[in-house]
Write a protein that binds this ligand. Structure first.
Ligand code: 6PG
Length: 471
């Protein structure tokens, strides 16, 4: 059997190493390279039986020479300038028919630029979004592919082979040209931030409002994971709440600082949403909550100056069923916003994103995988172009769970427990069902100070108010 690789992978960090082993395990010989040779050595010596499929290289020249043309070279290096440096280093070594595939969390605008720039090169370039953390990379991630039909033709089979499967369907698909794959991955991450934040908000209500200890929190999440909310993030939240700190013997949750990190993909989602003039307030609230979480010193000062401790909720104001229902509603509202953003980008950039397929390839492998995505895939196929809130079963689910979301936000607000993402979802929902909002006031103000004009309800052609220049 031909054991000479056609594929290579650069960057043997956690994700790169796991992806290389996944590729090897699926029967594809693969050359591997890391700029620190000791990392490559440690990787190959820990690869067990799969080492036979690996061709480690100590230099970039040796790496490229080890791959039989036409070469497909996957980059798993940190997003940003490192990717450009790596492409520049490969440029003199690659020839006609070679292909560089950026599988990191690139900003889609960089992927668009790199795709354009590669038109002047002998080699080709594409960007793919890969989700699922280390476990996913090793045993099956969700893969959002950016590229043209020829690139998909070339890479589709292997990407499908290494991807997660949902009832035998691969969680890998072509999203659209250029940066489309990385754009979809970016929105995935924005939703990931929002899912995580809303779960954390229900945790805050259980801990501070209902006096739950970690074990009770764990039990609640475990129960939710067996119902409508079944998902990876709810599942791991239960596991997290169940875990004990080996150092102190306390619940893990009780020893972890409440200061969230971020690498930027959530922020990019919010920036792009504003560029597209699309409303994703749940995701925005989640990103803002992470920013605020980092301001620990000020939050402590705020607690001293204004009195910080939230009030416990009076008995019976909230129960776990109400919280579960609130999270169901919040989740639907968040995904409606995320998919709307994808639809808007698709129209704006002429990508023709396959909306139901996006939901399908998120059903397994990725961080936001959940049972609900299966129904979302059907809803997006049946009602293309329509918000998820207007498609069944989500319309019914919102009708059934809206009151619980409202009750939860009211209770949290009354007790001084911040629930920014759930509250943002509720406000968006209320805006979306207001046949007459308050923007008539905005229009009047704009006309008052700037003569900007307005449309009238009665259709009359009289676009200015009687306030003249000074009102
Ligand atoms: C995934 C994740 C992953 C992301 C981490 C950390 O889909 O596998 O989105 O790509 O890098 O979740 O992201 P933050 O550091 O921004 O939280």
């Amino acid at each position: 059997m031909d054991n000479s690789p056609h594929i290579g992978l650069i960057g043997l960090g956690t994700m790169g190493a796991a992806l290389a082993l996944n590729i090897a395990e699926n029967g594809y010989p693969i050359a591997v390279y890391n700029r620190t040779p000791a990392v490559t050595d440690a990787f190959t010596s820990g690869a067990g039986d799969l080492a036979a499929k690996l061709t480690p290289a100590k230099t970039l020249e040796e790496f490229v020479a080890a791959i039989t043309p036409p070469r497909s070279i996957i980059l798993m290096v940190p997003a940003g300038p490192v990717v450009d440096d790596q492409i520049a280093a490969l440029r003199p070594l690659l020839g006609d028919g070679d292909l560089i595939i950026d599988a990191g969390n690139a900003n889609y605008t960089d992927t668009e630029r790199r795709s354009r720039e590669s038109e002047n090169d002998a080699f080709d370039f594409m960007g793919i979004g890969v989700s699922g953390g280390e476990e996913g990379a090793r045993h099956g991630p969700s893969i959002m592919v950016g590229g043209d039909a020829a690139q998909w033709e070339r890479m589709g089979a292997i990407l499908e082979a290494i991807s997660a499967k949902y009832q035998d369907e691969p969680c890998a698909a072509l999203m659209g040209p250029g940066g489309a794959g990385h754009f979809v991955k970016m929105v995935h991450n924005g939703i990931e931030y929002a899912d995580m934040e809303m779960i954390a908000e229900t945790y805050a209500l259980m801990r501070d409002g209902m006096g739950f200890d970690a074990a009770q929190v764990a039990q609640t999440f475990e129960g939710w994971d067996a119902g409508t909310l079944a998902s990876y993030l709810v599942e791991i939240s239960g596991k997290v709440a169940r875990a004990t700190d080996p150092i102190s013997g306390a619940p893990m949750l009780d020893v972890i600082l409440d200061k969230a990190g971020q690498k930027g993909t959530g922020r990019w989602t919010v920036i792009e949403a504003q560029q597209l003039a699309v409303a994703i307030p749940v995701i925005e609230a989640a990103v803002t909550a992470r920013n605020l979480s980092a301001r620990l010193a000020e939050r402590k000062k705020g607690a001293e100056v204004f009195g910080g401790m939230p009030q416990p909720l009076p008995d019976g104001v909230l129960d776990t069923e109400t919280l579960e229902r609130a999270l169901i509603a919040g989740k639907i509202l968040c995904y409606a916003q995320g998919f709307e953003m994808l639809a808007r980008a698709s129209a704006e950039f002429g990508w023709n994103l396959p909306m139901p397929v996006i939901a399908k390839i998120w059903r397994n492998g990725c961080i936001i995988r959940s049972e609900m995505l299966n129904d979302m895939a059907s809803a997006l196929a049946t009602n293309p172009g329509e918000s998820l809130i207007f498609a069944e079963p989500f319309t019914s689910l919102l009708r059934e769970n809206e009151a619980a979301l409202r009750k939860t936000v009211i209770a949290a607000t009354g007790a001084g427990i911040a629930v920014p993402a759930l509250a943002a979802g509720l406000s968006w929902f209320d805006s979306m069902r207001s046949p007459r909002g308050a923007a008539n006031m905005i229009q009047a103000q704009r006309d008052f100070f700037g003569n900007h004009g307005f449309e009238r309800l009665d259709g009359q052609d009289a676009p200015h108010g009687p306030w003249g220049a000074h009102g």
